[in-house]
Design a protein around this ligand. Structure first.
Ligand SMILES: Nc1nc2c(ncn2[C@@H]2O[C@H](COP(=O)(O)OP(=O)(O)OP(=O)(O)O)[C@@H](O)[C@H]2O)c(=O)[nH]1
Ligand SMILES: [Mg+2]
Length: 506
């Protein structure tokens, strides 16, 4: 438990907005802040935690926006951690969804007061009674339904009901009486952290108590010590110090600070958390690496190196990828980190046949050139679900190759009859593996037939024989590789061969 705070000042409530993806959290904050963040987001989804402060009726409120996409569970938990009050946004059109329940459970389990905001009431499909019933079915009882959970009905788009919601937030804040002590040592919680090419490691901190000024020394729970180089408010404006309840960007750490770490100016104060502490000497704690799944014997392994813009997105990507289950395959995260793709990532990828996934980070030109030879695949993404979809496809791909163990496969693209001998020659394009003289082969009408024959032994090929010889152009060759077009002579002859037939090496 965090240390008890001796209270001597009021602090602005930290209000975390949570809920299912696309239910309107960012739009609500946009309306409150009169900005247009949601419209600019890649893929229209929030992939970062954002912390902002607004002043309403001379009272400050700190808002924390969280992503609703299923991948960002850890980020949501982080937002929930620092919250004094949670607002759960539910689309009155779509109703209760998995992350709605996840958000409510998070608030409940940490005893954080929460308010439910039924959103999108401007839409014709909005049905608040239906949603209240769904909540009741999940034992979440709102006012008027046998419970005391406070609700608001809003349209984040038109702004209807938003002022009433803000009044409710201020009322709840007053009821719980949020106080802090600015003479106590500083203590705050890291909700986001990343590496900026110019500024170095940056973290977003929500301050809980005390004050923090430039030049102060702070310790982080993940084992670092830093002298504060700069503090930036939520608008990116440099400030000299911050007070309890303020969100701030902190510069000065050597490495991106682990999400959820407490920061304090007093190492003894941190100790009261009973968690790992900075080693007094070297301050060399490394970030925890993703726990790797056991590389199952016989499983085909997809090696990955992941680079991302923030620690939060890295965690979200890593945990979601490791949860993908495809029988016979397994994902192995060899290396991960915050920041641009580096030359050492390429070296590792090349030696371990790994794919590099770059999420919202740059791939410097020198790294691209290096990746070109030998060929290392670097995939860049701006939207998490596109990354997940591609990896699922990649897993299917390795599975198919593994399953089939294709020695050689070609498609017949032409048929010739030699004028003198009358021999039939099949013009073939090699699709996979290679064709070799003396290979035993079979011929199928279609690829589907060939695949079906794997499950149904009754299915027989149209032809069984041997490649007598191969020609590429006018030259006799022994082998034709992938993408080669070759003339194939068969023994025995197969005069019925047709364009489109599949040649499979046995
Ligand atoms: N008509 C209408 N549309 C809304 C309202 N609130 C949000 N939307 C729309 O719903 C879509 C999703 O809104 P966002 O604010 O991005 O949703 P979000 O909850 O922040 O989504 P994630 O951050 O990805 O979880 C956008 O197209 C919004 O314009 C509303 O009150 N009425
Ligand atoms: Mg959002």
């Amino acid at each position: 438990m965090p240390p008890k705070i001796i209270e001597n000042t009021m602090k602005p409530p930290v209000v975390t907005i949570m809920g299912h993806v696309d239910h309107g959290k960012t739009t609500l904050l946009d309306f409150i802040r009169k900005t247009k963040v949601a419209e600019k987001e890649a893929g229209g989804i929030t992939q970062k935690i954002g912390a902002y402060q607004v002043e309403i009726k001379d009272k400050k409120i700190t808002f924390v926006d969280t992503p609703g996409h299923v991948a960002f569970a850890k980020m949501r938990a982080m937002g929930g951690n620092v919250a004094d009050i949670v607002v759960v946004v539910i689309s009155a059109v779509d109703g209760v969804m998995p992350q709605t329940l996840e958000s409510i459970n998070l608030a409940k389990s940490s005893n954080t007061p929460f308010i439910i905001a039924f959103n999108k009431i401007d839409l014709p499909g909005a049905d608040i009674t239906k949603v209240k019933k769904q909540l009741a079915d999940n034992n979440i009882l709102v006012e008027g339904w046998g419970g005391d959970i406070v609700c608001a009905e809003i349209s984040a788009k038109t702004g209807k009901g938003v002022e009433a919601l803000l009044d409710v937030i201020l009322l709840v804040a007053e009821m719980i009486g949020l106080k802090a002590n600015i003479t106590e040592p500083f203590y705050g919680v890291v909700i986001e952290s990343w590496k900026d090419p110019k500024k170095g490691s940056v973290c977003t901190v929500v301050s809980k108590n005390g004050q923090l000024s430039i030049g102060d020394t702070v310790y982080s729970q993940d084992g670092q010590k830093a002298k504060i180089k700069a503090l930036m408010d939520f608008k990116g404006k440099a400030v000299k110090k911050i007070l309890p309840g303020d969100p701030v960007e902190v510069l000065g750490f050597e490495r991106p600070v682990k999400l959820g770490s407490a920061l304090s100016s007093d190492i003894d104060f941190l100790k009261s958390y009973g968690l790992p502490l900075p080693s007094q000497t070297g301050l060399q704690a490394t970030l925890p690496s993703q726990s790797l799944p056991p590389v199952g014997a016989g499983s085909k392994v997809l090696n990955l190196i992941i680079k991302a813009d923030t620690r939060g997105s890295l965690d979200a990507i890593g945990s979601t990828l490791l949860a993908i289950k495809k029988e016979g395959t397994c994902i192995n995260i060899l290396q991960e980190g915050v920041g641009p793709v580096s030359e050492s990532d390429v070296l590792l990828a090349s030696s371990s046949k790994a794919i590099i996934l770059a999420f919202n980070v740059a791939v410097p030109k020198i790294v691209l050139e290096m990746a070109d030879n030998p060929k290392v695949i670097i995939r860049t993404y701006k939207i998490v679900y596109e990354l997940f979809e591609e990896i699922e496809v990649a897993l299917e791909g390795i599975l198919e190759l593994e399953e089939e163990k294709i020695k050689g496969r070609a498609e017949v693209i032409a048929k010739f009859k030699l004028p003198k001998s009358g021999d039939i020659v099949a013009g073939c394009r090699v699709l996979a593996g290679r064709l070799k003289a003396k290979d035993k082969i079979q011929i199928w009408e279609t690829l589907e037939d060939l695949k079906k024959s794997r499950e149904n032994q009754e299915l027989k090929p149209l032809y069984l024989g041997v490649i007598k010889s191969l020609k590429i152009g006018k030259n006799d060759v022994n082998v034709a590789g992938r993408e080669n077009e070759a003339g194939v002579f068969l023994v025995p002859q197969f005069p019925e061969i047709k364009v489109g037939f599949i040649v499979e090496v046995l």
